[in-house]
Write a new protein. Structure first.
Ligand code: HEM
Length: 149
């Protein structure tokens, strides 16, 4: 938060709330898909790797990942981001509800992770409109990942 503007956080929260309201999480498969706008496999790979580096330094959430196999997690996140952005990959991991059950993830922690994804994209010079599209497709997962009220 210190290094990123409050505006950033507000934008993310807004994106999460709006997409939750409208439920627009459908992926496109045509050319010009979000997958391509993110830079296809290579671009998504960089986004995920950079995000996880940021997460591991983020005092709000790093503890949760201290015993996690980050290489495996990176591979699964790449598949997942590829699939939800309309790319050719298929996610092979466990479903979000099962995976995060027992992790006691709070709403604030979910927002922190979404913010870290956005910071990674910002550093990779991805446009805000493309950033917002990816965040909007992650946002509906909140209801499965955050169980705590
Ligand atoms: C947009 C938000 C998130 C997405 C898309 C996401 C996605 C994923 C995926 C794909 C996996 C791998 C599933 C598998 O092992 O088969 C995973 C695992 C995990 N996630 Fe999340 N996650 C999110 C938010 C969070 C948050 C906020 C936390 C905690 C602060 C968290 C904690 C974990 C942990 C600890 C694991 C490893 C579980 C294990 O290996 O036993 N996640 N997540």
């Amino acid at each position: 938060m210190q290094r990123h503007s409050v505006f950033h956080t507000v934008a993310i929260v807004l994106a999460i709330v709006l997409s939750g309201l409208s439920g627009t999480a459908t992926a496109q498969t045509s050319s010009g898909s979000l997958y391509e706008e993110l830079g296809s496999d290579a671009g998504i790979s960089r986004i995920v790797d950079d995000t996880l580096l940021i997460v591991l330094q983020d005092p709000r959430i790093k503890e949760a990942f201290k015993d996690v196999n980050m290489k495996r997690l990176a591979g699964l996140l790449k598949e997942q981001f590829c699939e939800i952005s309309g790319g050719p990959c298929r996610y092979s991991g466990d479903d979000m509800k099962l995976t995060h059950e027992g992790q006691d993830v709070s709403s604030a922690q979910f927002n922190a992770l979404a913010e870290d994804v956005q910071i990674a994209m910002e550093r990779l010079n991805i446009s805000s409109s493309v950033q917002n599209k990816l965040i909007a497709r992650l946002a509906p997962m909140k209801r499965d990942i955050v169980i705590r009220k």
